[in-house]
Design a protein around this ligand. Structure first.
Ligand code: ADP
Length: 462
């Protein structure tokens, strides 16, 4: 069954159920009130009759003659003797020689009951009469009235309530059917646009949400649009990745092929060509290694050792290696350094330092200054690499940890011909897998500071 059908059925059943309950309560309340009033009249009449009885000289119960009493017109009275014979009765009950309530008569107890006599529906009050002070049962009084008015009132009430309920259920189901259609209409729009997006294979399209601002449908559309946005980004980065890998592979392969062709034409092994081939193969090997490492890191499958690493020793070690790179071109120096222990994989952490310090040395022009610092802030170790190089443009900053992203817009090889735009991505993932984070602060033209935060340890590693 459709959602529309199900909701309509639900609303209709709810309203129908509540109305039936209401009908029942009204019917019972009205019936109780009417019967209660009738019972009052019967009891008052019975009291009047009983109050006119007296005991005669031989101890028998005597009563005034009922025809002489001023009784309500629609109330009938019978007095039955202990011998089972009708002693007296009201004038309006003259045609009846059977008890109003034969069963009630034989019960010898005061009781109010409904009974049917000669096709008439009666309400009957039966009261056994006893001698004052004694238990001797001398006669039984029965006071009755017809329930025709109550019965017809109940019938009319039932018809009105049922008709009202049926009409209400009908109107409710119509209202539910059309209002649910209206409420679900925006979902149809969403489905249509989603199908169009799928058919046109165009992830840049969005479902317009301005028609339903702030309501549930608007929120659903916004969430859907956000998902589309993320999918579009992923799709683009996937495409860019393929293009970047292709680009990075093509250049060295072209160089290798060119050199091989040259050697073949010259018919001799040329040393310069061999060196070129060797360097390009090295570059390819590095690229493949970086890509594999990145793929492992991104999927969380990178094998990481868990050992206590003395970060101060590691920083000093990387510094002495990097000094070879810096040569006399720029100053590479240590800032503040503290004794710091962290838990993790020494080789991977070293790779982070090599990438960050290597970048600073690579991008800072001659005469520049690169400062490396290590300290503790709260429960964290903080490693900083600052330079006064060209800085990173604000537009590029949010992207520099992406694969193959290079701040210099031209997607050519970087200055020294070694960068693939993977170094920071690798550093980012390694730090993340050490429960740390990496931050960058850069002012275009004034310099860059990278800060790596890692959890400290003072005991061993688990
Ligand atoms: P690459 O192999 O190009 O160095 P990275 O992922 O290490 O790749 O760096 C990404 C980009 O971030 C670089 O291309 C460069 O534009 C920018 N970058 C990184 N470090 C620095 C720095 N210290 N100063 C200026 N730019 C930097």
């Amino acid at each position: 069954m459709s959602l529309r059908g199900r909701l309509t059925l639900l609303y209709t059943s709810l309203v129908g159920g509540i109305l039936l309950l209401f009908d029942f309560v009204v019917y019972v309340a009205v019936s109780f009130t009417l019967i209660g009033q009738i019972d009052d009249v019967l009891q008052r009449t019975a009291l009047d009759v009983i109050s006119s009885t007296h005991v005669n000289s031989v101890g028998m119960l005597n009563m005034i003659l009922l025809p002489k009493m001023d009784l309500p017109a629609d109330v009938y009275v019978q007095l039955w003797g202990a011998d089972g014979r009708l002693s007296t009765f009201s004038p309006n009950a003259s045609q009846l020689d059977t008890p109003f309530d034969p069963d009630g008569l034989s019960l010898h107890t005061s009781i109010l009951r409904d009974s049917y006599v000669q096709g008439a529906h009666l309400r009957v009050l039966t009261i056994p009469l006893k001698l004052p002070g004694g238990n001797r049962h001398v006669s039984t009084l029965q006071v009755a009235t017809k329930l025709a008015v109550v019965d017809s009132t109940q019938q009319i009430l039932t018809i009105i309530l049922m008709l009202g309920t049926i009409i209400s259920i009908f109107v409710t189901s119509l209202a539910a059917w059309f209002s649910v259609k209206q409420a679900l209409a925006p979902l149809q729009d969403v489905t249509q646009v989603a199908l169009q997006i799928t058919r046109a294979d165009d992830l840049s399209r969005r479902i317009p949400s301005h028609s339903y601002p702030g309501d549930e449908i608007g929120k659903l559309i916004n969430a859907f649009n956000q998902t589309l946005g993320r999918l579009e980004n992923l799709f683009h980065s996937q495409r860019r990745f393929m293009a970047d890998v292709g680009h990075e592979l093509r250049t060295p392969l072209t160089v290798i092929k060119g050199n091989v062709d040259l050697m073949r034409r010259m018919d001799e092994v040329d040393d310069e060509s061999l060196c070129s081939i060797e360097s390009e193969v090295e570059r390819l090997t590095r690229l493949v290694g970086d890509l594999l490492l990145l793929a492992q890191a991104e999927s969380g499958k990178i094998p990481l050792a868990q050992q206590v690493v003395e970060m101060d020793t590691l920083v000093l070690e990387v510094m002495s290696q990097m000094r070879v790179l810096a040569r006399d071109r720029l100053t590479l120096r240590l800032g503040e350094i503290d004794q710091v222990l962290v838990c993790g994989d020494r080789d991977r952490l070293k790779q982070v330092l090599v990438n960050l310090i290597g970048n600073a040395v690579k991008y800072t022009p001659a005469g520049g200054d690169v400062v490396v610092g290590l300290g503790k802030v709260g429960q964290k170790a903080r490693i900083t690499v600052s330079d006064n190089g060209p800085g990173i443009p604000a537009d590029d900053l949010p992207h520099i940890f992406e694969r193959f992203y290079r701040a210099e817009k031209a997607r050519t090889r970087s200055r020294d011909g070694k960068g693939f735009g993977l170094g920071l991505s690798i550093a980012y993932w390694i730090v993340r897998h050490h429960d740390g984070r990496i931050e960058v602060d850069s002012v275009d033209g004034r310099g860059t500071t990278f800060a790596v935060w890692l959890p400290l340890t003072d005991k061993g590693c688990s």
